[in-house]
Structure formats: C-alpha cells, structure tokens
Design a protein around this ligand. Structure first.
Ligand code: FES
Length: 95
C-alpha cells in the first residue's frame, strides 16, 4: 500500500513517519518515537493551535531510500533512527 504525505488542505503541517514494511524494519518505530518526543505529540495528535499534526504513514513508495518521513509534501529519506534532527528542523524545531 502506498500513500502520499501531503499537508491536509485547510489543516496545519502534517508530519508522517513511515511504518510500512521496509521503513518499519529499518527503524520506523524508533523514528516515530523520537519525533513524537521532539514534537511533544503522540501519533494522531495535533498541537493545540493546530499548526502541526503527527501521523503514522504506511509506505510513500520510496522504500529503497528509507527509512522515510514526510513533513507536508517534503520527503525526508535515509533517516537515522537515533537522529531525527532533520525531521524536526523541517518542522522548525531543534532536536
Ligand atoms: S515502507 Fe516506507 S516508503 Fe515504503
């Protein structure tokens, strides 16, 4: 299954961490946990002002360059599960 990691129209920035088979086997859950901690959001939650929402993703069709996340339409590939700073920076937060 493939999905696009778009920003939802009319909503804030959607951050999706891929938990598809390939990304999941290469640290997707650790990445999600670290991004969750960094944003202070659990998957499915949004900031009180609605600016950022965290979601689980399930394959963006870019498995070969994973593990992957999307911040709005921006694909972030080859994420080190121990360093999600590139994801957080894309959201405008420091790691
Ligand atoms: S499993 Fe993550 S992009 Fe395919």
């Amino acid at each position: 299954m493939r999905e696009d990691g778009e920003s939802a129209a009319g909503q804030g920035l959607v951050v999706k961490v891929c938990l598809g088979l390939s990304c999941g086997q290469s640290g997707g859950r650790d990445i999600l946990a670290a991004v969750s901690k960094g944003l202070g959001l659990k998957p499915g939650e949004a900031q009180a002002d609605g600016c950022v929402m965290l979601k689980e993703g399930f394959c963006f069709g870019r498995c070969a360059i994973g593990p992957n996340a999307k911040v709005g339409p921006e694909l972030i590939s080859g994420i080190d599960p121990g360093d999600v700073s590139r994801v957080l920076k894309q959201v405008g937060m420091s790691a």
